[in-house]
Design a protein around this ligand. Sequence first.
Ligand code: ZN
Length: 183
Amino acid sequence: MAIRQIIRMGHPTLRKIADPYPADQIGSVEFNELLTDLKDTLAASGGIGLAAPQINQSVKVAVIEISAAESRYDQSISMPFSVFINPRIEVLSKEEQGYWEGCLSVPGLRGKVYRPQHIAVHYLDQNADTQKIKLQGFLATVFQHEFDHLQGKLYLDHIKDTTQLSFEAEFLEFELDRQDLTH
Ligand code: ZN
């Protein structure tokens, strides 16, 4: 068990396309250590998602955990701790919605990002089984934000209107009615 340092914007690993995780190494000692570190680091961070590149491991593994008790999110949205290996996003509808996003690798900022709101995700789970899930709305945004990290992208790359970018303190002062996300 280890809480790892989360690297921040400017670190070159965040801009690399991560390597696919070798399916035959899922379940190995190294894999289980990576999962434990992602889980512990996410729990310590207060975020809802973490990608391996954010702890400076450039492989396509991400974890998401959304507690229904998290009062700042819609109470109806929750997801138990889940592991996504080599995920691929299929956009089911180009219809977009904007959410205010934050990122553990870009601390102190919030920005409103518009993304497709109906997606399917194809991935391997922690037992190396092939899975597919469909997601809408908030969850679709969370997954796209997380998986961007596996492609060397940050949410800031999607912001075309920089008036939709704010420091966290000012966001909280002036944008209290808006939902925020932290990954
Ligand atoms: Zn992030």
